[in-house]
Design a protein around this ligand. Sequence first.
Ligand code: GLN
Length: 399
Amino acid sequence: MAHVSTLPKHFLSEKVEHFTESVIREMTRQANQYGAVNLSQGFPDFAAPAEIKKAAQDAIAADVNQYAITWGAKNLRNAIARQMQEWRGLSIDPEKEIVVCCGSTETIVATLLAVCNKGDEVVVFEPFYENYGPDAIISGAKPRFVSLRPPQDAGSDWTFDEQELRDAFQHHTKAIILNTPNNPTGKVFTRKELELIRDLCVEFNVLAITDEIYDHILYDGAQHISIASLEGMRERTITINGLSKSYSVTGWRVGWAVAPPNITNAIRKVHDFLTVGAPAPLQEAGAAALSLPPSYYQQLAERYRKGRDQLLPALEKAGFRCYRPRGAYYVMTDISAFNFPNDVEFAAYLVKEIGIACVPGSSFYKHPKDGSQQVRFAFCKKPETLDEAERRLEKLRAR
Ligand code: GLN
C-alpha cells in the first residue's frame, strides 16, 4: 500500500484555514526553548494565595472529585452572585443567570456558539486579544474590527471614532465583544464610552459580550464599570469573568458567564456538550477565592502597579515607546526606534539574542502590517523576574 504522507485538504474544516495557532502560546514555548525571561503569555510566575490552594486540596480530600452540576457548583454560583451584587450592584439569580465553564476562554466560545448564526457579525475593537477572531469564526460569525487609536501623548488614552463604531453596527450585527480593562492596550473604558456603546446596542438591538477578567487590576484611580450595570443593558449583556487573573490560577481553567435566563440557558446547553463541566474541586476553591477580603484585591493591584512602574522605565530606557496601561497587566510598545522590518523579526531577535520573550503586535490585528511596529510585554511577574529582564534590556540598549 502506498504511504500517504499528507491527507488532502478537503479533510479539514474551512473554518480552521481562517486562523493560525496562538502566537501568545507559541512565544511561551520559545521562551522555554531559549531560556528567555517570559514576558509574553500573561500568567503570574508567583504563588497563588495559600487559602485557595488549601481549599482546593481540602475539596479533593473530601472527595469532591466527580462531575459538578454541569452549569456550575452551587457554592461557586452563589459566590459569583454575591460578588456581582457587591461589586457591580447587580442582583443576579444564581439558579438561572450563571454558567460556569472551563475558563473564560471556553465561556466566550460557548457564548458565541449559543448566540451566533451563519451570516451574523460581531464587532471587535482592534487591537484585540487574539482569541476573539478565531472565537467568532468557530461560531460561524464574521468579526468586524473597529480601531482603537494609540494615545498621542502621555496624558491621553486609546480612543475610537464614534462614526466608525456606528458604521460597524449596520451589518447583521449580533454582538459586540468588549474587553475592559483591555488586553493588550491596558485601556479602561470610561462610563461615557460605555454609554455610547450602550446606545448603539439598544438602537441596533445588539448584544454586549463583555470580557471583564482583569476587573480588579486597575491603576492610577481608574474605575471599572460593567456595561451590564448601565440602564438598558442588563437584558442584553453577557458578562464574562474567571478565577485566572484575579486569583493567579490561570491553569485551573475556571471561568463563567452572567447573562439573562434565556441566554444563560443557551450557553448552558452548548457548554454541557463541549466539556460537561469545569473541574469540581477547583470550583469549590473558587467559592473560597471569591470570599477573600477586599484587602486582597488592593494588594493584587498594588503588586501589579509596582511591576508596571518597574518595567515601563526599563523598556523606555532601552528605546521602546510605551503606551502606559491603566488596567490589566500588559504594556503595548512601539518599536520603530529599533529599525526592524517587522514585529515578528524583532520578537525573534529579542527572544534569541537578548533573552526576553514578548508577543509580536501583529497577533492583535487583523492585518499584520497594522501591528508590525508594536510588541506587547506582560509584567505579571516577580520583582526578581523583572530585575532580570531589566538587566537583559541593557544589552538591547547597548546595541
Ligand atoms: N490572556 C493571556 C495573554 O493574553 C493568556 C492567553 C492564553 O494563553 N490563554 O497572554
